[in-house]
Design a protein around this ligand. Structure first.
Ligand SMILES: [Zn+2]
Length: 307
């Protein structure tokens, strides 16, 4: 019996020793077991499906945030001056896309001779070729806006492609003028162009809206791009027929090498607008009332208005 008690006592001591009381917690063996279990929390890995989903979402958000931090921001140097001025009875915004071009100088001369200002949606690739024309537009009091770098519709394959192209266009304008371009842009082909996938285009528009960038369409087209060479009188009559029932117009025209008839038609279109009492305005000093009118007429942020 005495021997049995002794054996029992020895067994208890042995068991206690083996079960870990005698093994310091910080030894290698203990750590190895600890790390392979609860483990992942300590080393930053997440365990539950929910946490894993949150983590993916967060890293996606971080990535997008990094990617889009370079979208053009609203300009400080071009801030509207008398923002709260009421709408004039008749207002027109002349807009010229795709320049600068060999025609820019002629367009500027016509505008200057008539004492009117216009807005130029400029391509980065053309601005690189004619930087002096961009400067002349700016110094002449015209609004300079981003119309992308390449005008290549392949940019619409993805949000990233479109962002890159517009960022590149913005960088060129910035390097020529030394300022941020205005926060209004125009999509090549317009915001409801048929060349892009509608989901991708919606994604692009929503991203822009989130960054405070307004995309500009038009409510009057000169139709100077409806054929390679549209006769000047046709450009004039198309424009005037659309103006006849409007008091607020954003007119689409083109500043491109082949568009010589646009230049020919321009003086008579300006004459007509003046005789009708239109005030010529630009995006450089757009007022709140004008902005709201454009929203209402779906000239800016058209997709957002229909969301
Ligand atoms: Zn264009």
């Amino acid at each position: 019996m005495k021997i049995n008690i002794c054996i029992l006592a020895i067994l208890i001591v042995l068991c206690t020793f083996i079960s870990g009381h005698a093994v310091p917690k910080g030894s290698h063996e203990t750590k190895a077991v600890y790390q392979s279990g609860a483990a992942s929390v300590e080393s930053g890995y997440l365990e539950t499906a929910e946490e894993i989903e949150d983590s993916k979402l967060q890293s996606f958000k971080d990535k997008m945030l990094r990617y889009y931090k370079d979208w053009p921001k609203p300009s400080k140097s071009n801030e509207p001056s008398p923002k709260d001025r009421p709408l004039s009875p008749k207002e027109v915004f002349l807009t010229f896309d795709d320049g600068p071009s060999p025609n820019t100088e002629k367009i500027l001369k016509i505008l200057n001779d008539n004492g009117v200002k216009a807005s130029f949606f400029v391509l980065g690739s053309c601005a690189e070729r004619y930087p002096d024309m961009v400067k002349a537009e700016y110094e002449g009091g015209m609004a300079i806006l981003n119309h992308s770098y390449s005008h290549n519709y392949s940019m619409y394959k993805s949000l990233e492609g479109c962002t890159e192209d517009f960022n590149r266009g913005r960088d060129v304008l910035k390097s020529i003028l030394g300022i941020e371009p205005l926060s209004f842009i125009r999509f090549p082909g317009g915001s409801d162009n048929r060349v892009s996938n509608s989901n991708t285009m919606k994604n692009i528009r929503d991203t822009l809206a989130g960054k405070g960038i307004d995309y500009v369409d038009w409510n009057v087209s000169s139709e100077d791009a409806s054929a390679a060479k549209v006769p000047a009188d046709k450009i004039r009559s198309s424009t005037i027929s659309q103006l006849s029932h409007r008091n607020f117009a954003v007119i689409l025209m083109h500043d491109a090498g082949g568009k010589t008839t646009t230049v020919e038609a321009l003086p008579s279109i300006i004459d007509y607008l003046k005789t009708q009492g239109f005030v010529f305005r630009t995006f450089s000093d757009i007022t709140t009332a004008e902005y709201n009118e454009m929203l209402k007429d779906k000239i800016i942020d058209r997709g957002a208005a229909t969301k």
